[in-house]
Design a protein around this ligand. Structure first.
Ligand SMILES: CC(C)(COP(=O)(O)OP(=O)(O)OC[C@H]1O[C@@H](n2cnc3c(N)ncnc32)[C@H](O)[C@@H]1OP(=O)(O)O)[C@@H](O)C(=O)NCCC(=O)NCCS
Length: 181
């Protein structure tokens, strides 16, 4: 599974990506919305969860590689998530801090959105965003999403108010000229 955008290539992550993955997941600033930096063990678990998703679902969070340098600068992809009692399909995005604010998250996430509506029988694509995560909300809005509801998760011992952003297939089709593929 690979997706190409103007500047980026998305592909499955492997053990070789552990250092680049750790650069994101052990950064306390990047991980504020996840209640702090991950330990080395939590990074390993995260990678194994994505590899289980590739095998079971055919998708997961993929490595985002800067084509010009070959460097993995982030993760972006599609996962199955729960919101209250519902299972939803979500686009997720986490990037190394050194590469923020250059449009990479939006470029990768828009390509994943277009891949998801093209490849999967979805009515809606979601983004679960913690209520404090303004950067993520703005990416969701730029993906054509609106807020559907609020909900609370319990993660790492903390109650976390969240917003459920989503874009419908009908709205995505109306935005066709802006699509990446
Ligand atoms: C969320 C995240 C992926 C955004 O990455 P990014 O590469 O900076 O985003 P982009 O450059 O593609 O920006 C796209 C839009 O997002 C918005 N945005 C990005 N960072 C922002 C910030 N700190 N504050 C407000 N808006 C922000 C802007 O509206 C931007 O549009 P613009 O180019 O017109 O300004 C990045 O901040 C990140 O990795 N955060 C940590 C992990 C995380 O919380 N992921 C989301 C979990 S739900």
């Amino acid at each position: 599974m690979t997706i190409a955008t103007a500047r980026l290539d998305l592909r499955e992550m492997s053990e070789a990506d552990m250092p680049a993955l750790a650069a994101i997941l052990t950064d306390p600033v990047a991980m504020v919305a996840y209640e702090g930096a991950f330990s080395a063990g939590e990074v390993e678990e995260w990678l194994h969860r994505q590899r289980e998703r590739y095998a079971r679902d055919g998708f997961g969070l993929w490595a985002v590689v800067l084509r010009a340098s070959g460097e993995m600068i982030g993760q972006c992809g599609i996962t199955l998530q729960r919101i209250d009692d519902d299972e939803v399909t979500e686009v997720g995005y986490l990037f190394q801090r050194a590469h923020w604010h250059r449009g990479y998250a939006l470029e990768a996430a828009a390509a994943c959105r277009d891949w998801a509506f093209g490849a999967l029988p979805l009515d809606d694509l979601y983004a679960k965003v913690r209520s404090t995560n303004v950067a993520s909300m703005n990416v969701a809005i730029r993906l054509g999403m609106t807020v559907r509801r609020t909900f609370t998760t319990h993660y790492r011992g903390v109650d976390m108010p969240h917003l459920a952003f989503a874009v419908s297939r009908a709205a995505w089709e109306r935005r066709a000229p802006e699509r990446t593929a």
